[in-house]
Write a protein that binds this ligand. Structure first.
Ligand SMILES: [Zn+2]
Length: 464
């Protein structure tokens, strides 16, 4: 699961076209009792928590930060497993841009006085001498034309750093001095790749003094940034697909996802080798099961950098392909013995982007009733269900909430993994996926074994 840091603001602004809502019609009222598991036995009896545990042990042997050798080792391992199970498999590379932080320096001289500014993360390296123009918060549509060829003095607040920077770049500014909106620090500011003017930050006191000077007359500044910018790296998605027998194919696709990257220096056993382990296990179990729906298992890269892999993948789908995807199940952090507090079902919850029920939560609540417990739903983004929701695809995140104290630390290790939690989550997701994919659905009204919908509740449960 992704924590939105300043660096992660980089992720903003990826455009995805929005399609119509999926055409899948869930089964309506059924007569069979909710406790019947016979319906699911083809899948859930074969799910092995030991297999999942072993996958986590393998993947968490080293950190898998996106763009590093560790990620590639993990991605290749996952690809090999999918191939072993008979899936058509693709390693999908995509570029990620990482701000350079070593040997970055910035100088700012105003009226012969030298300030010690903070250089925006990822700031363009360059040198300018120009007059300063105060542009306030640099809000959309409020940047004056006279900033052209000048250095923009901007107050922090209201919109993101990247947006402020873009608003003055669009007006022709040649540099940026941002002043803080509180406190005594100056270490704020983030630039996007392609925002090619030097940008630095100063304290609030320095900024207000400059605003005062500007009221008396023009002020010139010499601004220089060196060593800063971005390096391009490659992250990967791993995509595995199994199409149904041609004469049964209903053209629909169900997606099951997790992210294989970890945070820097973290082994990411629970975040999210656990989700990957369930994706692989469900792929293994479902490989030989007849379906009328394409099964597509995807592990995403660069989730921790701001959902970059899932946005990339979603961006490669044509409108028609996206329309054919009827559901996305995302599993992220599904195995920690220390997560979930005292909540029922070990704290397992389904989060949707809009806080509304959808096909995925309906199916999984019913599957929970049959296999273990009904699980509640809540509202949260911060994982790879986000881009699919934006495409109009019913999507939900499965996670134990609140998260464990080891979240995003080097202590997110295999010894914190609970096999029962892995098993429970994989069974619920597996039974749900199978309900969509099995050949006798969605015409399930006629199947006497078909399970019915169950009531389940919204919970306003914070994840941290
Ligand atoms: Zn995470």
């Amino acid at each position: 699961m992704y924590r939105k840091t300043m660096a992660a603001v980089l992720a903003a602004g990826l455009a995805i076209s929005v399609n119509g809502v999926s055409t899948y019609i869930p089964a309506q009222a059924q007569s069979a009792p909710a406790s019947s598991t016979a319906f699911d036995n083809k899948i859930i009896k074969k799910i092995s928590a030991d297999n999942m545990y072993n996958t986590i042990a393998t993947l968490s042997a080293q950190p898998r930060e996106a763009g590093t050798e560790g990620e590639l080792i993990g991605a290749k391992y996952i690809k090999g497993k999918f191939e072993e199970y008979g899936y058509e498999t693709e390693l999908q590379p995509f570029p990620i841009y990482e701000a350079i932080r070593n040997n970055v320096s910035g100088t700012l001289e105003i009226n012969g006085q030298s300030l010690n500014p903070y250089v925006f993360s990822g700031s363009y390296s360059g040198e300018v001498t120009a007059e300063i123009v105060h542009v306030g918060l640099a809000l959309d549509g409020q940047v004056p034309d006279n900033v052209k060829g000048k250095i923009a003095l901007i107050e922090r607040g209201g919109i993101t750093f990247v947006e402020k920077l873009q608003n003055v770049i669009d007006k022709g500014a040649v540099g940026v001095i941002l002043y803080n909106n509180a406190g005594t620090g100056n270490n704020v500011g983030v630039a996007d790749p392609g925002q090619n003017i030097p940008a630095v930050s100063i304290t609030r006191a320095q900024g207000l003094a400059l605003v005062e000077q500007l009221q008396k007359g023009p002020v010139e500044a010499h601004l220089k940034v060196t060593g800063s910018g971005f390096v391009e790296k490659t992250s990967y998605n791993v995509i595995a697909s199994m199409k149904p027998n041609k004469n049964r194919d209903n053209g629909q696709v169900v997606l099951v996802g997790a992210h294989h990257d970890s945070v820097s220096g973290g082994p990411g056993a629970n975040d999210d080798a656990s989700g990957v382990s369930a994706v692989l296990e469900l792929a293994r179990v479902m490989a030989k099961v007849p379906t009328d729906t394409e099964l597509r298992f995807v592990t995403f890269g660069a989730e921790e950098k701001g959902l970059l892999g899932s946005y990339h993948y979603a961006g490669t789908l044509s409108e028609e392909e996206a329309d054919n995807i009827v559901a996305h199940f995302q599993m992220d952090m599904i195995g920690s013995k220390d997560a979930g507090a005292d909540n029922p079902a070990g704290g397992l919850i389904m989060y949707t982007i809009d806080g509304q029920k959808n096909l995925v939560t309906d199916l999984a609540a019913a599957a929970g009733a049959r296999t273990s417990e009904v699980i509640p739903y809540g509202q949260l983004g911060r994982s790879d269900h986000q881009p699919f929701h934006e495409l109009g695809i019913p999507a939900a995140l499965f996670i134990h909430s609140p998260v464990e104290p080891w979240y995003h630390t080097p202590a997110d290790t295999i010894d914190k993994i609970d096999k029962n939690k892995l098993q429970q989550t994989a069974e619920i997701v597996g039974a749900s996926v199978y309900q969509i994919a099995r050949p006798d659905t969605p015409a399930m009204e006629h199947a006497r074994v078909a399970p019915g919908p169950v009531p389940y509740e919204f919970e306003d449960r914070p994840v941290q």
